[in-house]
Design a protein around this ligand. Structure first.
Ligand SMILES: C[S@@+](CC[C@H](N)C(=O)[O-])C[C@H]1O[C@@H](n2cnc3c(N)ncnc32)[C@H](O)[C@@H]1O
Length: 292
């Protein structure tokens, strides 16, 4: 599945679990950043690369019963997960659509819920949001330009992405640092941008948008915290096949998958270390009246 979409982490069950954990760890920051970006009750919001729906659900909470969210993803199976979660929470203001936002037809594909009264032209959204999507796209500038064009003049454009390489431990731990560096190398090999967080400012401007404001959110803790360990192991497990394809010497001497959690915990406990998971950068701006 990963090969068909270019999304390196795929969508098997463990990846859905990983996205749900990630959503929980970064959820507060995401919702606060959406409010800072200017999301308000009554808005019509487009969430691109919605995955299991955390961002769409956060947006739905903010826009309330008089607003709506259109959540799009290229993968039908993850949209099913998102729709089930939304139904379980009793949210009826989110509609889900299968859309590849890199395709030139993307604007039309989002139109059915958002057609003007005469049904001839799509009605623009009040905001477009997206978390951890631009880092996975081959042309983030082009994609941002396309989706920003679906927003009304003055509407909100806001995206959130990781600074993967900024994950670290204090003090530095050799095993954890080696795993982090291999994760960064695997992401890069697979075409993901590991510094998209700090690149958002440039990407917004290259897409023709005004310079964004931004904020940083994160999650840190002890390696013995089950969520911290599960986050590290989840990314490592998903990317291990990519690491192994890079060369057998890269994993030489590393504990195997079953032993790694204990070894990471022991190393961190011995050094009384704190682990900083990758910071999430949120950037936002407004669509100018003049648009290409
Ligand atoms: C890392 S996940 C993030 C999901 C969600 N935004 C979140 O923060 O939990 C990236 C999502 O983008 C989707 N995606 C990747 N390429 C896409 C494309 N070209 N069009 C639409 N969605 C895409 C993937 O299927 C995946 O669900």
């Amino acid at each position: 599945m990963a090969a068909a979409t270019g999304y390196v982490l795929g969508h098997q069950d463990p990846e859905v679990e990983r996205l749900l954990l990630q959503g929980r760890l970064y959820g507060d920051h995401t919702e606060q950043a959406l409010r800072l970006a200017g999301l308000e009750p009554g808005m019509r919001v487009l969430d691109v690369g919605c995955g299991p729906g955390d961002v769409a659900l956060a947006a739905a909470r903010i826009v309330g019963p008089t607003g709506s969210v259109t959540a799009v993803d290229v993968q039908a199976d993850i949209l099913d997960v998102a729709a089930l979660r939304s139904a379980a929470e009793g949210v009826s203001t989110i509609s889900f659509r299968q859309v590849d936002i890199t395709q030139p037809t993307a604007p039309e594909q989002t139109a059915p819920d958002h057609t003007a009264p005469d049904h001839t032209a799509p009605e623009p959204f009040d905001a477009v949001v997206g978390r951890l999507i631009l880092m996975h796209l081959p042309d983030p500038v082009g994609a941002l330009r396309t989706v920003a064009g679906l927003v009304r003049p003055g509407g909100v454009v806001t995206f959130q992405d990781f600074e993967v390489s900024a994950a670290r431990s204090v003090p530095e731990l050799p095993l954890f640092t080696r795993v982090r560096d291999l994760i960064v190398a695997a992401f890069r090999t697979a075409g993901a941008r590991t510094e998209m967080g700090t690149s958002l400012h440039r990407v917004f401007r290259e897409a023709g948008l005004p310079a964004p404001r931004s904020t940083l959110g994160g999650c840190l803790g002890r390696m013995s915290d089950p969520d911290v360990l599960a986050f590290v192991m989840g990314v490592w497990s998903a990317l291990l096949p990519v690491v192994e394809r890079l060369g057998p010497e890269l994993t030489e001497g590393l504990p195997d998958l079953a032993d790694l959690p204990d070894r990471l915990c022991a190393e961190a406990a011995a050094a009384d270390a704190t682990v900083l998971l990758p910071p999430l950068v949120s950037a936002w701006t407004r669509r100018p009246a003049e648009w290409p």
